[in-house]
Design a binder for this molecule. Structure first.
Ligand SMILES: *[C@@H]1O[C@H](CO)[C@@H](O)[C@H](O)[C@H]1NC(C)=O
Ligand SMILES: *[C@@H]1O[C@H](CO)[C@@H](O)[C@H](O)[C@H]1NC(C)=O
Ligand SMILES: *[C@@H]1O[C@H](CO)[C@@H](O)[C@H](O)[C@H]1NC(C)=O
Ligand SMILES: *[C@@H]1O[C@H](CO)[C@@H](O)[C@H](O)[C@H]1NC(C)=O
Length: 310
């Protein structure tokens, strides 16, 4: 490999592992990774710390470091990990950019998602789907000021979205399906001032109440929206109600899912949604004659008044 190319790769922080192996891990990162390996049972499934105590030498499956021995990504999805994730270990990995611990059995000493004492400035993506976390503590989102992608789906929670989520202004994707969110509709996700880059919002299978305000997502970049299956915890039926008119101003929409909610009234005007491909709103109480472009896959099953004028 020509020396210049190696220099450029070093500069970009993308070294092939056979070169990166030459740089041992930063001492603080190595200590944090050993503690993490110990408490999450990562030794047997991923061999962390088994052949070597250096997480950057290529023997730790799923761990990537940069040219100066800082841990930049951890990918340990479906790894059979069970145990405790300590916020203090995580918080010491100050160059971490990607963390994927999805589909394991991890929790924390409090049971809630890990609450960092100082923010991880470089973290861009966080995937904690399908683990054993029981709640979202106040201040959780403030731990990731530059986060772009968050996925918290399928944890055994009863939860709220904390207001500090408003500090995550670079969010592109927020996914929190099936975590028993007991909140009023989080209208702030539709604000292009607060979340100018948001493209994907997925909040299906929760207990979100109220209505979606008419200006929600007006001129936003949201391409994918799933707010289906909001269940009323007290009575049969859905807790999410009102009209669907807000859709008309969400010009970037490609796919929208609002099945098995309590929406009422006329089908929304989708004539400005030129990229729309999926409109799924089965099991609501809508009315009117559908007028969708031929390119849209439409599901309006279980709306007895669809097909006749309102
Ligand atoms: C994390 O950093 C703190 C403060 O520098 C230190 O006291 C602690 O021992 C570190 N934890 C680990 C597991 O390295
Ligand atoms: C590993 O975990 C045990 C408890 O499970 C603890 O006593 C021990 O100090 C830990 N070792 C390190 C290096 O963190
Ligand atoms: C979560 O993971 C477990 C196994 O780890 C699996 O049995 C379960 O179906 C998963 N749940 C979801 C909703 O994906
Ligand atoms: C959406 O924005 C346009 C201005 O670009 C405005 O005329 C319209 O009233 C807004 N719609 C809603 C429902 O707020």
């Amino acid at each position: 490999m020509p020396a210049l190319l190696i220099l450029v790769l070093m500069f970009l922080g993308h070294l092939p592992t056979w070169i990166a192996a030459a740089t041992p891990a930063n001492r603080g990162d190595a200590a944090a990774m050993l503690a993490l390996a110990n408490s999450t049972g990562t030794a047997s499934p991923l061999g962390w710390g088994v052949k070597s105590s250096d997480p950057c030498d290529g023997t730790w499956a799923g761990v990537t470091c940069n040219a100066v021995g800082r841990v930049t990504s951890i990918h340990a999805s479906h790894a059979g990990l069970a145990g405790v994730l300590h916020a203090s270990d995580l918080g010491n990995l100050t160059f971490l950019a990607e963390l994927d611990l999805s589909f394991n059995s991890l929790t924390t000493p409090t049971g809630d998602l890990p609450l960092l004492s100082s923010p991880l400035q470089h973290l861009r993506s966080l995937d904690l789907r399908n683990n054993s976390f029981y709640g979202i503590p106040e201040g959780f989102f403030a731990g990731f000021p530059n986060i772009e992608t968050i996925a918290l789906d399928d944890n055994p929670m009863i939860s709220q979205i904390r207001p500090d989520v408003l500090t995550c202004s670079r969010l592109r994707s927020f996914s929190a399906n099936n975590i028993r969110l007991l909140i009023r509709f989080p209208y702030y996700f539709g604000s292009t001032l607060v979340f100018p880059a948001l493209e994907r919002l997925s909040l299906a299978g929760n207990e979100i109440t109220g209505t979606v305000p008419p200006g929600f997502g007006n001129h936003s970049k949201i391409k994918y929206l799933d707010i289906s299956r909001q269940k009323d915890s007290l009575e049969p039926g859905s807790s999410l109600m009102g009209r669907m008119d807000f859709i008309s101003g969400m010009e970037s929409l490609v796919e929208v899912r609002m099945d098995h909610d309590g929406f009422v009234g006329p089908l929304p005007d989708t004539s400005k949604l030129v990229n729309l491909r999926v409109f799924s709103a089965a099991g609501n109480k809508l009315c009117g004659v559908p007028k969708f472009a031929g390119s849209v896959a439409v599901n309006l099953d279980g709306n007895p008044d669809v097909g006749s004028p309102c």
